[in-house]
Design a protein around this ligand. Sequence first.
Ligand code: PLP
Length: 447
Amino acid sequence: MTHDAAELARLDRAHIIHPYLPGSATERVVMTEGSGCRLTDSEGRGYLDATGGLWLAQVGHGREDLADVAHEQMKKLEYFTSFWEFSNDRAIALAARLAGIAPDPLNHVYFTSGGSEGNEAAIKMARYYHHRRGDTDRTWILARSKAYHGIGYGGGSATGFPLYHEGFAPMMPHVSHLTPPWPYRSDLYGGEASTPEQVTDFLIRELEERIAEIGPDKIAAMIGEPIMGVGGMLVPPADYWPRVREVLDRHGILLIFDEVVTAYGRVGQWFAAQHFGVTPDIIVTAKGITSGYVPLGALLVADRVAEVLLRDHGFPMGYTYNGHPVATAVALANLDIIEKEGLLGRATSMGAFLHAELQAQLGDLPIVGEIRSVGMMLAVELVEDRETRVPLPLDPANMPHDVIRRETGVIVRDSAHSLVLSPPLIMTEAEAKEAASALRGVLERTA
Ligand code: PLP
């Protein structure tokens, strides 16, 4: 059954519970097709996808090679049963492949269907690890304000936006939020930190104090996105994660990296952990593992944690779609494409190209405070005044990202007074220029 554009819009309003209708959008765009970095909606209008879907379309849209793999796997074995007593060849092959690309000693894999489930699993894993070692008081989870860890009660509680907690209380107890690393905003650090190193000093002092307040032997883990995505693409100072890791290690606290956004090439390496030179105990991944072609997530777990979880009867937490054969087959093919097409290197080179284009097109605008990027994660932070760095007041009826989409067909995201770009890693130079000039056209009128 096919519907015309008006009928699709009516049925959408009548039957779908969407999460939010953010910004100034009054009608949803109904997408019907995608190819590479291009999308087409139900009215035949074309778009340039500069967000890679929801930070995940690493290899681009509409690839027949991935569709063929899913098709073949469905014909061979679509699914049998959960992972308790059985396994399947595709999941085994993917787990071995992930262990091969992850930093040592992350050699064990727990499959999920997405990022929220992944963070639930990671938080439970951390508590259970300590429990099984007899450290039963270690229940606290450290997180950060402005963090986003999904919609579950565990990850959702670790999420550091009051907006996501409102109306859902009580959230999970024993979660404590620290200040996020955001060197551009020195006011977060009492105005006293003006260099990246001073930002880290402040945050490490706060971390030590918080651990002392809660009690070092009551804390199971700290969870953090290596680069905060939803929070506005916040890149920490280079010494932040190594120093956090050193403090946590000293107190026997596990480190969980939520790499749902940053893994699988987004920052120019397989994992952002490698970018920062820190190996956490658990890496939570999803999104880019299949470039979004089918839902899948995977936790990469360090040997010492897995060894405890796997004792006796193993880790008592499973669900229907652990290691789904079609999803894991597609993930394997997706990783092959990333490797064969050199997309890790391309994320670095195209990210630098797009950054330079944004700088050239927007650098002179007084409302552009900072342009920051790591690989193919980029943000343009909007300010009222470059000196004071006061965030630019935005008109909810005319948010810049909505105006850019409406007027130019270029899709970027709005995130905490920043315009965020996370394009497919296959983006061309011509497309990067198109995206940058679309931003210029709209922002120069806003300036
Ligand atoms: N963690 C991070 C850092 C995310 O950005 C997201 C989603 O955007 C999630 C977790 C939740 O993942 P999912 O939406 O697949 O449940």
